[in-house]
Write a protein that binds this ligand. Structure first.
Ligand SMILES: *Cc1c(COP(=O)(O)O)cnc(C)c1O
Length: 429
């Protein structure tokens, strides 16, 4: 595999950008080697600057449920750009997108569009604190909610990948109101809420965790979150930045039938552009300026190009209902991994729901952060590279979800299955 051009760019990039990248996991540190630089994406494929082609299971870390450069999305965006790229004044498109989001997520009675998942969670927490007049926030180990200071405590994603769950530069005072509990641990949660529930402004959770690798919630866990927050009048925030429009049009809350007070969306909702949203019960969202005292704003919020891409993406998802087909394809990949692993006597746990999954190299079920950390990350790194050599791009970290898109066709899937069999055999050696 040729890589001179990527290598040369990486050298230049490292002189200017920390690790040569604009977001840490892209640097391949967790799996070793150098990242490839992308020239183009189309459908389920990426091409790098050396002409190598990959079946892409990273899908920009979640947004691309329709694959790269979906023709209808591209056409809509081109038209939008011609009309100007930002106005800083309201548009009809924003109303249409807000209505569409609200239809899929009835719990979001009012909402705001922002530019990133980080902004969505940060704003939701501020609103919850403003609304309740309380300070404390409960989060769960291995859940990632963007990089706001007080949420970077035992966060997943890149923070887990690099073993720095607590970031430098976060003052103790900022994090001291964040209570971190183990995911899926109903007992620990109930005990904490019984002790300090009256001080808790918000409980924030990934209702299906995607940032310590995929970890499914015990239904009892989500139920306990709802009951306790109701009892103590804390705001329950579902961070559905990954799961919104991914596991179902209405996200994890529609699958599990649990209605949070607030929801954060990102990734898919922006159709491949920087766009995210937060919202919730009307009574709570009325605390946001200019209606209420909680300030939150953004020069590019509701950007017409991003909104167009998001709107078109949601329209397609609604029209085509690709979810059963996505699930079928993803199960097929998961089964191939599991069969190949068995044959090679490599212990794996595959956590999968809808079109997201993670292959953990461990013989015990992965149900929380500490069991996720038991996975053999060196083995994952070898698996990753064996796949990459065969033109299949899995997440360059054990602790990130792999995603399947509607653009993954039979040809790409059978190439992937072959690569998986090859990679598992290589691991057994
Ligand atoms: C990606 C992600 C975020 C952060 O979104 P950005 O757009 O990267 O700021 C927040 N929460 C979850 C669950 C995420 O997966």
């Amino acid at each position: 595999m040729r890589n001179e051009n990527s290598r040369a760019l990486f050298e230049r990039a490292q002189k200017l950008m920390p690790g040569g990248v604009n977001s840490p996991v892209r640097a391949f540190r967790a799996v070793g080697g150098n990242p490839f630089f992308v020239a183009k994406g189309e459908g389920c494929y990426l091409w790098d600057v050396d002409g190598n082609k990959y079946v892409d299971f990273v899908c920009s870390w979640g947004p691309l449920i329709l694959g790269h450069a979906h023709p209808e999305v591209v056409a809509a965006v081109k038209e939008a750009v011609e009309r100007g790229t930002t106005y800083g004044a309201p548009t009809k498109l924003e109303v249409l997108l807000a209505e569409k989001i609200q239809q899929a997520f009835p719990s979001m009675e009012m909402l705001r569009l922002v530019n990133s998942g980080t902004e969505a969670t940060m704003s939701a927490i501020r609103v919850a604190r403003g609304y309740t007049g309380r300070k404390k926030v409960v989060k769960f180990e291995g859940c990632y909610h963007g990089h706001a200071d007080y949420l970077l405590v035992k966060a997943g994603s890149g923070a887990t990948t690099f073993g720095i769950p607590d970031s430098a530069g976060v003052p103790e005072g900022t994090a001291q109101d964040t209570i971190v509990l183990p995911y899926n641990d109903v007992h620990a949660f109930n005990e904490t809420m019984d002790a300090v529930g009256e001080e808790v402004a918000a409980v924030i959770v990934e209702p299906i965790a995607g940032n310590m690798g995929v970890v499914l919630p015990e239904p009892e866990f989500l139920k306990a979150l709802r009951e306790q927050t109701e009892k103590h009048k804390s705001v329950l925030i579902f961070d559905e930045v990954i799961t919104g429009f991914r596991v179902a049009l209405g996200g994890a809350q529609s699958l599990y039938g649990i209605c949070p007070d607030m929801t954060c969306l990102g990734k898919i909702v922006g159709g491949g552009f920087p766009l995210a949203a937060y919202g919730g019960r009307k009574e709570i969202m009325q605390s946001v300026a200019p209606l209420g005292p909680v300030y939150q704003a953004g020069t590019l919020s509701g950007n017409p190009v991003a909104v167009t891409a998001g709107l078109k993406t949601l329209e397609i998802l609604e029209r085509d209902n690709p979810y059963p087909e996505l699930e079928r394809k993803t199960r097929q990949i998961a089964k191939t991994v599991s069969d190949a692993a068995k044959e090679a006597s490599v212990p794996v746990q595959i956590n999968q729901i809808a079109s997201m999954f993670t292959v953990f190299f461990t013989d015990r079920p992965v149900t929380d952060y500490s069991s996720a950390k038991r996975s053999d990350t060196q083995r994952y790194a070898r698996f990753f590279h064996a796949l990459l050599e065969r033109g299949v791009y899995f997440p360059p970290s054990q602790f990130e979800a792999a995603f399947v898109s509607t653009a993954h066709d039979d040809e790409a899937l059978s190439a992937t299955q072959e690569a998986i069999r090859f990679a598992m055999k290589a691991l057994a050696l």
